[in-house]
Design a protein. Structure first.
Length: 157
């Protein structure tokens, strides 16, 4: 389902909310027409009641759609630095820590998600998939059916 600002104009929603406020429409009818749930309906109603003349449903992105070239270069530099640490045989580091890298970038004023860093790491070859743990095969060998298997360090049978 599309977002509400793509399906309706602000004027259409304003008319429906005004009808609800005046008592000509019930809540369930408005929700059904707008394809909304109760929580979203009351959030829109609250915004409408605050300022009916300035009510709008226009979407304004709070963050930029793309990272700046400087931010991309900083992510690249940090990933390559991390790759050097992981590939150094003298260091006991065997995996990448993208959360620490995100924290390091935020100290420089670059706010990105860990998912973004992981995506860039895969493109640069700075990614190691999680190792699958080996399944423990529990096979008990006994001399006869019903024999007691001793698993502790005692020496008696």
């Amino acid at each position: 389902m599309d977002q509400i600002h793509r399906r309706f104009t602000a004027e259409q929603i304003r008319v429906l909310l005004l009808g609800y406020c005046q008592g000509t429409l019930c809540r369930s009818e408005v929700e059904e027409m707008l394809h909304l749930g109760k929580t979203r309906f009351f959030a829109l109603l609250r915004e409408f009641r605050r300022a009916p003349d300035r009510f709008t449903i226009d979407y304004h992105r709070r963050t930029p759609a793309r990272l700046s070239p400087e931010a991309e270069e900083s992510i690249r530099a940090e990933l390559l630095r991390e790759k050097g640490l992981v590939e150094d045989p003298q260091l006991p580091i065997s995996d990448y820590n993208y959360s620490a890298l995100r924290d390091r970038l935020s100290q420089h004023g670059i706010t990105v998600s860990t998912t973004t860093i992981t995506t860039r790491a895969k493109a640069l070859g700075c990614y190691r998939p999680l190792r699958k743990s080996q399944v423990h095969d529990r096979q008990v060998l006994t001399a006869a059916i019903g024999a007691l298997v001793q698993h502790d360090a005692s020496v008696h049978l």
